[in-house]
Design a protein around this ligand. Sequence first.
Ligand SMILES: Cc1cc2nc3c(=O)[nH]c(=O)nc-3n(C[C@H](O)[C@H](O)[C@H](O)COP(=O)(O)OP(=O)(O)OC[C@H]3O[C@@H](n4cnc5c(N)ncnc54)[C@H](O)[C@@H]3O)c2cc1C
Length: 366
Amino acid sequence: MEHIDVAVIGAGVTGLASARAIAQAGRSVCVLERHPRPGMDTSTHNSGVIHAGLYYPAGTLKARLCVEGRERMYEFSARYNVAHVRSGKLVVAHDETEVHELEALKKRGEGNGVAGLAIVDRAFIVAREPAVSAEVALWSPDSGIVNAEEYVKALLGTGADAGVIFLPGTKVVGADRRGDGMVLTTERETILATVVVNAAGLYADEVSRLLGGEAFTIYPCRGEYAEFTPAKRSLVRALVYPLPHASGHGLGVHLVRTTGGQVWLGPTVRYQDRKDDYENDREPLESFAAAARRLIDGVTVDDLRLSGSGIRAKLHPPSESFADFLIRRDRENPFVVQASGIDSPGLTSSLAIGDLVADLVEESLR
Ligand SMILES: Cc1cc2nc3c(=O)[nH]c(=O)nc-3n(C[C@H](O)[C@H](O)[C@H](O)COP(=O)(O)OP(=O)(O)OC[C@H]3O[C@@H](n4cnc5c(N)ncnc54)[C@H](O)[C@@H]3O)c2cc1C
């Protein structure tokens, strides 16, 4: 049986960034991933937005790790040639009530340490995004866009350079607790790990159960996208958002110009039972066109086509509006560190999450 200091379950951005930080701290570490390649679940099915840190309640991990992770993400992407842009973003208001909400959002962002936020007028909006119809918006200069697939590859490559062993096609199917760690069973081998990190995304609740860790539920919540046809892509230059959903379930159907020049519109919000259903019963194009018209006048179904979708790993049911990331030493099993419930802004926060997980692993190993 192989013996390793740390086994990370899941090679999304959470697991890869954690493993990299753990290896950099001098520990032996492997990443077990059920898919043949890293990042095939949520880590490459998202908007690719580098969030500034506006939205999250003060004092939460989401607020802190987003602000830290965002700057780490810009540095990392510049250093390892990951396509990205610090484009800034506009959050637009439609009426007086929404202007008050923008002001509240600005305050919240400032409380989280986000610099440079400003309420801007029509002239500013037109200079940035000529097609956008709003009169007033919140400008967030430190928001940006990253190519998530390139980011996953760079995490994998720089992790390997630091000594991370990546085991693709390796689903963890069983676990036994011993006096000196956890014996993990995969379809191919058994591994003794002194500490196990649960970074299994949508399956983190099931993996936690397998490990004899804390009980919690992951609620899958699908977000679908449409995209502008090539002829209409010039309508959007960077990032345009409405105010977030009052329900707290999403940031609102927004516009993103990807680093490859496509323009995405989404994501929608729909809780569902399955963790692997990206396609059944898709939203009609007309509902995307209606959402687009709240940002840009005159968009019709002819300007759009359906695009991909992603599934959020939410830690709260539809009846609740917020849950923080679950990142801590497990309260039931001392050999487990949880990096679970990583919904948005998990991509942005990933490098900061990785450092926090590495610190928790060190505490466990001591
Ligand atoms: C629609 C949508 C839009 C989003 N937009 C943004 C955004 O713009 N900006 C942002 O910051 N965040 C965004 N997010 C959030 C972000 O994508 C996630 O927070 C992040 O990708 C989570 O990464 P993860 O590594 O925790 O999970 P995942 O990427 O899902 O990785 C978990 C991995 O664990 C593996 N696994 C599961 N069970 C096992 C097992 N038993 N054995 C081995 N492997 C296993 C899976 O195969 C998977 O690869 C968005 C999310 C969605 C759904």
